[in-house]
Design a protein around this ligand. Structure first.
Ligand code: BTN
Length: 326
């Protein structure tokens, strides 16, 4: 793509002017065509300064998702090298599953500015207006199905670490994979197996982060928050996406090479509610106990009376110090 070529040339000379002449020579375009493409880039949010005799200089990249910025930022072996972006889809998970069924590789990533039918856990609707990070990753992790279920825990740790790096705030994980701040949900993660595990061994991990959203943009009944609401700052969705992919890849490699124990340690360090009372809802049954941690299979361990019980599924509500549940 011509525009990507222009951006590559500008990014290769940070803070410096690149002459229109050099660009037209390298990209085999007329000077007028270069100027026209620069105009389009500016319209899509790239701040490019033009100076007569000197040329063009890249001042700032846009905060909204764009493939060039993510590819430029991401430092991974595989994740995010193949990347698709759409303005609007029903659900990035559905899109990624479709691409996976068509044979797209491990590490392919899809993102959308909005989702009209975002999917949450337990088939709930996930609200996904413009300003959030709605992303799904295709993974072919070469793991047993038992270990593959731990990928959501990898994603939880990766998201917490990426938010700490990019947004400088400490958020926690509520089992299995809600990322929360002060008891309010900030991120949802949905892992889905594509086809039969025995044959294709493909998973899609969907990550939804409420980033540059005003709280009013989400339904009142949700116990949710957004990064904008917490910090008052608008973040670059591309930097956040790139960091999540980097941490996710690192966690996947660690899981394979070091095993689950090391992931479990990192998960526990980031978990909220350890040692606190919680209610676990399974169908129409509710259990109450103290959260102890996660088992070697990634199940939640709860102490109920004198006994420890493990849960592989369910909704967890933790009792906060003020007595309310989140
Ligand atoms: C949850 O219920 O907590 C999981 C929510 C997962 C939402 C994300 S947004 C990107 C991806 N596409 C979807 O339709 N769902 C996931």
């Amino acid at each position: 793509m011509v525009r990507e070529g222009i951006l590559d040339l500008l990014a290769a000379n940070p803070g410096e002017y690149v002459s229109g002449e050099l660009m037209s020579e390298r990209l085999q375009l007329t000077r007028a065509a270069v100027w026209k493409q620069i105009k389009v880039l500016k319209e899509t949010g790239f701040q490019i300064e033009a100076q007569t005799k000197k040329g063009y200089r890249l001042l700032r990249t846009p905060l909204n998702i764009n493939a060039w910025t993510i590819k430029h930022l991401v430092k991974t072996r595989k994740l995010g090298h193949e990347l698709y972006i759409s303005e609007e889809v029903t659900s990035t998970n559905e899109w990624a599953k479709e691409l996976a069924r068509k044979g797209k590789d491990h590490g392919t990533v899809v993102l959308a500015e909005t989702q009209t039918a975002g999917v949450g856990r337990m088939q709930r609707h996930w609200e996904a207006p413009k300003g959030g990070l709605w992303m799904s990753v295709i993974l072919k992790p070469k793991l047993s199905l038992a270990d593959a279920s731990k990928l959501t825990l990898c994603a939880g740790v990766a998201v917490v670490d990426a938010i700490a790096e990019v947004c400088k705030i400490k958020v926690g994980i509520k089992w299995p994979n809600d990322v929360v701040f002060n008891g309010l949900k900030l991120v949802g993660i949905l892992a889905e197996v594509v086809g039969e595990w025995n044959t294709v061994q493909t998973m899609v991990i969907g990550i939804g982060v409420n980033v540059n959203l005003h709280r009013m943009q989400l339904s009142k009944e949700l116990t949710a928050t957004t990064l904008l609401e917490i910090t008052g700052i608008e973040f670059d969705l591309n930097s956040l996406a790139a960091k999540i992919l980097e941490h996710l890849e690192e966690e996947l490699i660690n899981l394979k090479t070091k095993g689950f124990d090391s992931l479990r340690d990192r998960w526990m360090q980031r978990a909220v509610g350890l040692g606190q009372t919680a209610l676990i809802q399974q169908g129409n049954r509710t259990f109450e106990g103290i959260i102890q941690g996660i088992s070697i299979d990634g199940e939640l361990i709860i102490k109920i009376g004198e006994e420890s019980q493990t849960f592989s599924a369910g909704e967890v509500r933790v009792r906060s110090t003020t007595g309310t549940y989140f």
